[in-house]
Design a protein around this ligand. Structure first.
Ligand SMILES: [Ca+2]
Length: 549
C-alpha cells in the first residue's frame, strides 16, 4: 500500500514537473501563447515539400523503366522512398484535380471544377492542407501554378501563405516575355532565368533562404511543365511556311531551331537522337472508341491544343520528355539546397502530377477522360527518416495526399476529407487496403459529357451520361436518376491499354453487371455525402459570363 502511494506521489510530482516545464506553473495558470511554447521546446516535426507536375504521365520516370527518359533525381526519391504504381487522380483535368489534392475531396463534394457553378470560399480554404499546416505553426510557401482558378479570395492568395510566387492559368515556356496574360507572371519578374521551370527552381532557393529559425516548413511547388502551353511555346516564332495544319504551325519545327535554347543542355538536343515511336492507334477514328453522340472531338482539340498527328508526334514527345527532365533538374537542385541548409534529414518530399495525358492514343489527345493514360499519375513519397524502399500496387488517389501530408505534421485530419493517410499502407504494405477506387469527370465544356468509373487492379468500368450542361446544377449529379448513354469495360490483365471494350461480350456479362451495381452504389453514396457537405458548408456561386467562362 505504502509502495502504491509512493508511486502515486512520484507520478503526481513528475506530472507537475512536466506541466511546469511546459506551462511555467502547476495550477491555475492558463497556457501561454503558441509562440512562447515554440521558444521553449524546439519543434521537431518534419518539413514537408509537395511537388506537382502538370500533365505528366504515370510511367514517365526512368525509375519506372521508361525507355528514353532520364530522371536521376526523381529516381533517387523513388528508390529510397515509396513508389505508388497505382495512383490516380479522382478527376483528370487541372483545376479540379489540384483542388482535390489541396482539399482531399472529390469535385462532386468541394464544388470546384471547370463546369461547376461554384467558387472555393475562404472557409473551404481553411480546411486545405496548406491552411491547416500554417494554422498548426508551419511556415508555408507556394511556388508555381496555383491553378485553382475559381475562388472568392482572388487577389488575396499571397496572404494565405508566408511565401508566395505563383500564378493561375497557363504559363508559356518563356513566361516573362512570351506570356500573353501579363497578370499571370507578376510573381516572376525578378527571376534571373527566362525559362519557366528554372524560374521555379530559383524561387525554391529563395523560399529555403527565407526560413525562420525553429519553425517547420511546408512548401508546395506546382511546375507548369510538361503542359502543352509550355511545350508548344518553346518555339513560337518558327518558320511555318511549309506547314499545312494549325498543329504543324505550333509544333512542326524542332524547338532546338530556337536560338534561345539551341545550346541548352536539356532543351536543345536531348532525346533528339531517339527514334520515339508514334502510338499505333494515332490515326484511328476517335469515334471508334467513343461515339460522336458521347463526345465530339472537334471542340476538344480546339480547347486543349493537344492535336497529335504523324507529322508532329515525335516533336511533341521530345519536348514532353525534355520538360520532364527539366523538372528533374530542378528537383536535383532542391536536394542540393536541402543538404547545404542541413535540412535534408528531416524533410519529407512528395512528388505527383495533377493527371496524365493522352498523346494521340485513341485518335485523340488531352485529358478529362477516365482512361488510365489521363487518370493514372506518378506518386512518390520520400521520407529520409525511414529506412528501406517500397514499391506498391495498392490503389491510391489524389484525395489521399492531403491526409498524408497532415499526418506527417501530426495535424488532425478533418472529417470532411475523403482520402486516407498513406502512412498506414507504408507502415504495413501487406495489410488490407481498398480494392477499388471511384473516379469522376464532371467537365462538360467543349462537347465533353460527365462520366464515372470504378477501377480495381484488374478491371475498369466507365459510364458516360448525356448531360453536357455548363454550368451543371446539383440535380445533374444525381446519376441514380439517369441512364448511361455509353459504357466501357476493360480487362486490364489482358488489355492494360484499354483498347477492347467488353460491354457487348457475353462472357463478361456477369462482371459487367457487378461493376454496374458497384458504380451505382459508390456514385449514390458520394452524391449523398457531397450534398450533406454542401448543405453544411454553404458554397459560393461563381461569376459566369457565358456558359462556363
Ligand atoms: Ca494539368
Amino acid at each position: 500500500m505504502i509502495f502504491v502511494k509512493t508511486i502515486r506521489r512520484a507520478t503526481k510530482l513528475i506530472t507537475c514537473i512536466v506541466v511546469l516545464i511546459f506551462f511555467s506553473g502547476c495550477s491555475g495558470a492558463s497556457p501561454p501563447p503558441i509562440a512562447d511554447k515554440q521558444l521553449e521546446t524546439p519543434d521537431q516535426r518534419p518539413n514537408i515539400i509537395f511537388l506537382l507536375a502538370d500533365d505528366q504521365q504515370a510511367d514517365t520516370l526512368s525509375a519506372q523503366g521508361h525507355p528514353y527518359l532520364n530522371t536521376p533525381n526523381l529516381d533517387r526519391l523513388a528508390h529510397e522512398g515509396a513508389q505508388f504504381n497505382n495512383a490516380f487522380t479522382v478527376q483528370p483535368v487541372c483545376a479540379p484535380s489540384r483542388f482535390a489534392i489541396l482539399s482531399g475531396q472529390y469535385e462532386r463534394t468541394n464544388g470546384l471544377g471547370f463546369s461547376s457553378p461554384y467558387a472555393v470560399t475562404e472557409e473551404q480554404w481553411t480546411n486545405t492542407y496548406p491552411a491547416l499546416l500554417r494554422a498548426a505553426g508551419y511556415y508555408t510557401g507556394f511556388i508555381g501554378k496555383f491553378g485553382v482558378e475559381f475562388y472568392t479570395f482572388r487577389g488575396k492568395t499571397d496572404q494565405k501563405f508566408d511565401y508566395w510566387r505563383a500564378h493561375d492559368g497557363w504559363l508559356n515556356f518563356f513566361p516573362k516575355t512570351d506570356n500573353p496574360d501579363k497578370n499571370t507572371i507578376k510573381s516572376y519578374l525578378d527571376a534571373r532565368s527566362s525559362i519557366s521551370t528554372e524560374i521555379m527552381s530559383e524561387y525554391i532557393d529563395g523560399f529555403l533562404d527565407s526560413l525562420p529559425e525553429g519553425q517547420p516548413f511546408n512548401l508546395s511547388v506546382s511546375f507548369s511543365a510538361p503542359h502543352s502551353s509550355i511545350t508548344s511555346s518553346m518555339y513560337l516564332d518558327a518558320d511555318t511556311s511549309a506547314c499545312t495544319s494549325d498543329q504543324c504551325r505550333k509544333m512542326g519545327q524542332p524547338a532546338n531551331k530556337n536560338p534561345r535554347i539551341a545550346d541548352h543542355p536539356v532543351y536543345g538536343d536531348l532525346y533528339r537522337d531517339k527514334n520515339i515511336p508514334i502510338p499505333a492507334d494515332l490515326d484511328r477514328d476517335p469515334y471508334y472508341y467513343l461515339p460522336q453522340h458521347v463526345i465530339g472531338h472537334e471542340k476538344r482539340k480546339q480547347w486543349y491544343s493537344y492535336l497529335y498527328d504523324k507529322e508532329t508526334n515525335q516533336e511533341h514527345s521530345i519536348r514532353y520528355f525534355q520538360t520532364i527532365t527539366g523538372i528533374d533538374k530542378a528537383i536535383g537542385r532542391l536536394l542540393e539546397k536541402l543538404e547545404e541548409k542541413d535540412l535534408a534529414s528531416n524533410t519529407i518530399i512528395v512528388f505527383a502530377s495533377d493527371h496524365g495525358l493522352i498523346t494521340g492514343e485513341y485518335g485523340v489527345g488531352g485529358k478529362a477522360l477516365l482512361y488510365d493514360l489521363a487518370a493514372r499519375i506518378p506518386l512518390i513519397i520520400y521520407d529520409p527518416r525511414r529506412r528501406g524502399s517500397l514499391r506498391t500496387n495498392a490503389l491510391v488517389t489524389t484525395t489521399d495526399i492531403a491526409p498524408t501530408l497532415l499526418s506527417y505534421a501530426s495535424v488532425r485530419i478533418p472529417e470532411t476529407m475523403q482520402g486516407r493517410k498513406l502512412q498506414t499502407l507504408m507502415d504495413n504494405p501487406d495489410q488490407e487496403w481498398r480494392d477499388e477506387i471511384f473516379l469522376e469527370s464532371l467537365t462538360t465544356t467543349e462537347d465533353h459529357t460527365m462520366s464515372e468509373a470504378v477501377r480495381t487492379r484488374d478491371w475498369k468500368y466507365i459510364r458516360y451520361f448525356e448531360n453536357s450542361k455548363c454550368p451543371y446544377e446539383e440535380a445533374d449529379l444525381n446519376f441514380a436518376d439517369q441512364t448511361p448513354v455509353f459504357e466501357q469495360l476493360f480487362d486490364l490483365r489482358t488489355d492494360p491499354d484499354e483498347q477492347v471494350n467488353l460491354v457487348d461480350d457475353p462472357a463478361a456479362l456477369e462482371t459487367l453487371n457487378r461493376f454496374r451495381d458497384r458504380t451505382a452504389i459508390l456514385s449514390k453514396n458520394l452524391t449523398k455525402t457531397s450534398q450533406a457537405y454542401k448543405n453544411s458548408t454553404g458554397l459560393a456561386k461563381r461569376k459566369l459570363t457565358h456558359g462556363c467562362w
